[in-house]
Design a binder for this molecule. Structure first.
Ligand code: GLY
Length: 388
C-alpha cells in the first residue's frame, strides 16, 4: 500500500467514526426532544369533565374520549401528576388537579372492579404530590365501594357484571391492580378490612389463575354458591388457552405490588415466575415489546402491545428493588430504551394528548389495535419515575 492510499484509508475510518458518533448523538437528542414535544401536548388538551382521552385512531387522528365511568378515566390525570414529578413544571400540577376532580364520583360507583384504576391512578397520584385529606377521603371511599364487590364464598372481588348469561362470577387477572387501592386505604384509614379483602383476593387469584408454566388465564369464572371454579377462559386474549400479553404484565405488577404491602414470599415467587415466562418467551421480539398475545398464530405479523411492555417495565423496576436480580433491571431498561425512539414515540406532527404509539386494547373486539392508548403512557411515565 502506498502512502496516499494509506492516508485515504485512515481518513475514511476517521470520517466513518465521526459519522457514527454524530448519528448516535442526534438519535439521543431527537428521542428526548420527541418526548418533550409529546409531553407539552398534554397541556394543550382542553379540559372537559366528559372527555378523558382514552386512545386514538391513527388512520383518522380521531381521539376516543370517555366519561369518568370508563375504566381508563383516571389515567390522564395520573399522567399529568407524573409529568409534574418528572419535570417540576407547575402547569402539569394545575391541570392534573382539574382532571383529578372529575374522577371523584367514581369512588361511589360499584358497577365494576375498576374503581381501583379510576380512583387510585388519579387520586393516588395526587396524594403523592399533595398531602391533602380530601384526596385521602376519596381513596378510602373508593376502597369501601370496591369491598362491596367481595364475596366471602368465592373469596374474591367480582370483576365484571356483563356477560351474565355466560359467566356467573368472573374474576380477571387485571383485578390484581385494584388491590393497591385497598392496601393504601387500609394504611390511610387504619381499617384492616380493606387489607384483609385484598389478601383474600390475591390468594384466590394465586390458587386459580395460573397455569403450570406460570402464564395466567385472563378470566376465571366461579360458582358463587359453592365458591368452586366454573371455567377458565378469556375475553381479551386470542383464545382460552392463549397468553394475553397485558394479562401477564398485570399479574407480575399485581403480585409484586401485593408483596410490597404484605411481604408474602408466595407473591414474589409468582411475580418472578410469570416475569420469567414473559422475558424468556420464544415469541417475544428482541426489542422487548410483546405481540398482543404470545400465542397469536399470525406472529410475527401480529400487532404489538406497548402497554404490556410499559406495565411490565414498571413492575420489573419494583421487582428488582426487592430481589436485586439484575436481569429485571436490564430488561426494564431495555424496554424503556426501545420505546424512547421515533419508532414508538407518537409522530411529532400529531397533536393529541398521548406519548407512545402501538398499543393493542381489545384484539378480539377489533378495538384499539396498534394505537396510542392512555394507560401505556401512564405506566411508561411511572417506569421513568421508578428508574429515576
Ligand atoms: N381490562 C383492562 C385491560 O384491558 O387491560
Amino acid at each position: 500500500m502506498n502512502k496516499v492510499s494509506f492516508f485515504t484509508l485512515i481518513l475514511g475510518f476517521a470520517l466513518l467514526a465521526t459519522a457514527c458518533k454524530s448519528r448516535i448523538n442526534s438519535q439521543n437528542i431527537s428521542a428526548s426532544k420527541l418526548l418533550e414535544n409529546r409531553y407539552k401536548m398534554l397541556l394543550e388538551y382542553p379540559v372537559d369533565s366528559l372527555s378523558m382521552p382514552r386512545s386514538m385512531t391513527t388512520k383518522t387522528n380521531s381521539i376516543k374520549k370517555v366519561p369518568s365511568k370508563d375504566w381508563t378515566s383516571g389515567f390522564f390525570a395520573g399522567n399529568l401528576w407524573q409529568l409534574y414529578r418528572l419535570t417540576g413544571n407547575p402547569q402539569y400540577k394545575e391541570q392534573a388537579a382539574k382532571w383529578t376532580a372529575f374522577s371523584k364520583k367514581e369512588s361511589v360507583n360499584n358497577n365494576s372492579h375498576d374503581v381501583g384504576f379510576k380512583v387510585f391512578c388519579s387520586f393516588g397520584e395526587a396524594l403523592k404530590v399533595e398531602n391533602k385529606q380530601e384526596y385521602k377521603d376519596v381513596i378510602i371511599k373508593g376502597a369501601e365501594t370496591l369491598c362491596t364487590r367481595f364475596d366471602p364464598k368465592v373469596s374474591a372481588i367480582r370483576s365484571w357484571d356483563f356477560n351474565r348469561e355466560i359467566w356467573d362470577y368472573p374474576v380477571i387477572i387485571d383485578n390484581m391492580m385494584n388491590l393497591e387501592l385497598l392496601f393504601e386505604a387500609s394504611k390511610l384509614s387504619g381499617n384492616k378490612k380493606f387489607r384483609d379483602i385484598a389478601i383474600k383476593h390475591a390468594n384466590t387469584t394465586l390458587k386459580n389463575q395460573f397455569r403450570d408454566d406460570n402464564s395466567c388465564y385472563h378470566v376465571v369464572d366461579y360458582n358463587p354458591v359453592s365458591g368452586a371454579v366454573r371455567k377458565k377462559t378469556t375475553l381479551q386474549g386470542f383464545n382460552d388457552d392463549s397468553v394475553w400479553a397485558r394479562g401477564q404484565a398485570w399479574a407480575v405488577y399485581g403480585f409484586t405490588m401485593s408483596y410490597r404491602y404484605t411481604k408474602d414470599e408466595a407473591y414474589i415467587k409468582q411475580a418472578e415466575a410469570t416475569a420469567k415466562f414473559f422475558m424468556t418467551n420464544k415469541n417475544l421480539p428482541e426489542d422487548g415489546v410483546p405481540y398482543w398475545d404470545f400465542k397469536d398464530p399470525s406472529i410475527p405479523n401480529a400487532p404489538r402491545d406497548v402497554s404490556a411492555a410499559t406495565v411490565m417495565a414498571s413492575a420489573l423496576y419494583e421487582l428488582y428493588s426487592y430481589t436485586k436480580n439484575k436481569s429485571y433491571l436490564a430488561f426494564a431498561d431495555k424496554i424503556i430504551a426501545t420505546l424512547n425512539s421515533d419508532k414508538y414515540i407518537l409522530d411529532a406532527k400529531i397533536n393529541a394528548p398521548f406519548i407512545l404509539d402501538h398499543s393493542t386494547g381489545n384484539w378480539p373486539k377489533h378495538d384499539e389495535i396498534d394505537e396510542p392508548i392512555i394507560y401505556a403512557d401512564y405506566y411508561f411515565l411511572e417506569a421513568l419515575l421508578r428508574k429515576k
